[in-house]
Structure formats: structure tokens, C-alpha cells
Unconditional design. Structure first.
Length: 180
């Protein structure tokens, strides 16, 4: 009986250390995140126009696009400031809220040359195609393979684009994660 107790205790400790290892690995690979309670590092042409308290997955704020807001606040940074290690793949994930009907609102992930409007990469995740959920929050994610010729000075931008949507679309708890 005592031997069985030790075996169970050992198995429990091993499972606990595995969970810690998984969460540590996730924390190490998390490059940027925002729940939009704070906008430091998250910029846009009109810094606070898309910030809203209408709906939130966590906290009080999310960002939205719709007929009156074409582009949301987003993330914009040089790759060298995002990661000291050259990135090959990233995962962008977040929680979206769509109203009934179809919305062309799109989560945009792009890599740009500094000082140019030339895209090295442009990927769009059309929210209505990424989830069939309506009237409640749904998780979406996209894994992006970065071009092999990217440079540390290239800029990564992640933002929500209304794409002419006539209904609001919301996103919250956005994360950019390194994929190994």
C-alpha cells in the first residue's frame, strides 16, 4: 500500500513538472500579446478610434472595425525588436465576436520593408470563414511561414481590417507566438 502511494506521488510530480514545462515553453515563445486594456506598443493611424467597451472577451476593452472604422489598432514593430532569434513561423491567435450575417472583416498579418509600402508577406484571415460562430466569442488562429529572405529590420504588422463590412467585428486577447 505504501509503495503504491509513492508511485502515485511520483507520477503526480512528473505530471506537474510536464505542465510547468509546457507553460514555460508557451511563455518563452509568446512574442507579443494584448487584451487591449493597455495599448502600449500597439499603434494605428487613429490610435483609439477602434478601441471599444461595447464587447470584450476579457477585461473591459476590445478593438472593432465596421462601417465607421476601416482599420483597427494593431501591432507594428521591427522583427529584431520582436525576437532576437530569426523567426521562421509565427502563430497569430485571438478571440473574435461576429454579429449574425456574413462579414468580410479580415485579420491582416503583413511583413513590410521599412520605409516602403511593399509587402514581403500579406496574409488575411477572413473572420466569417475562420469561424461559423455568431453572437459569442470564438477563438481563431493562423500559422504563417515567414519568407526566408526576411531581415531583422523588416516590420511585422497585425491589425483588423473591415474590408467594407457593414456590421461591426470585434477582436480581443490577440497573441503573436513563435512556432518552432
Amino acid at each position: 500500500m505504501k509503495k503504491n502511494l509513492y508511485v502515485l506521488l511520483l507520477l503526480g510530480m512528473m505530471a506537474s513538472s510536464c505542465n510547468k514545462s509546457d507553460s514555460t515553453e508557451k511563455a518563452i515563445n509568446l512574442l507579443a500579446s494584448n487584451d487591449f486594456e493597455s495599448l502600449e506598443g500597439w499603434v494605428g493611424e487613429t490610435p483609439y478610434k477602434s478601441l471599444t467597451k461595447e464587447r470584450a472577451h476579457s477585461g473591459q476593452f476590445s478593438i472593432r472595425v465596421g462601417p465607421d472604422v476601416e482599420y483597427s489598432n494593431g501591432y507594428s514593430n521591427e522583427l529584431s525588436k520582436l525576437s532576437l532569434i530569426k523567426l521562421n513561423k509565427i502563430r497569430v491567435q485571438g478571440w473574435v465576436y461576429l454579429l449574425p450575417g456574413s462579414s468580410p472583416a479580415t485579420l491582416v498579418i503583413e511583413v513590410m520593408n521599412p520605409g516602403e509600402e511593399k509587402h514581403l508577406l500579406w496574409e488575411g484571415v477572413e473572420l466569417a470563414k475562420a469561424t461559423q460562430e455568431r453572437n459569442h466569442w470564438a477563438k481563431i488562429e493562423k500559422v504563417i511561414t515567414l519568407p526566408p529572405d526576411i531581415k531583422p529590420t523588416n516590420r511585422l504588422r497585425v491589425y483588423l481590417w473591415s474590408a467594407g463590412s457593414q456590421t461591426p467585428a470585434y477582436i480581443d486577447d490577440l497573441q503573436i507566438i513563435r512556432v518552432l
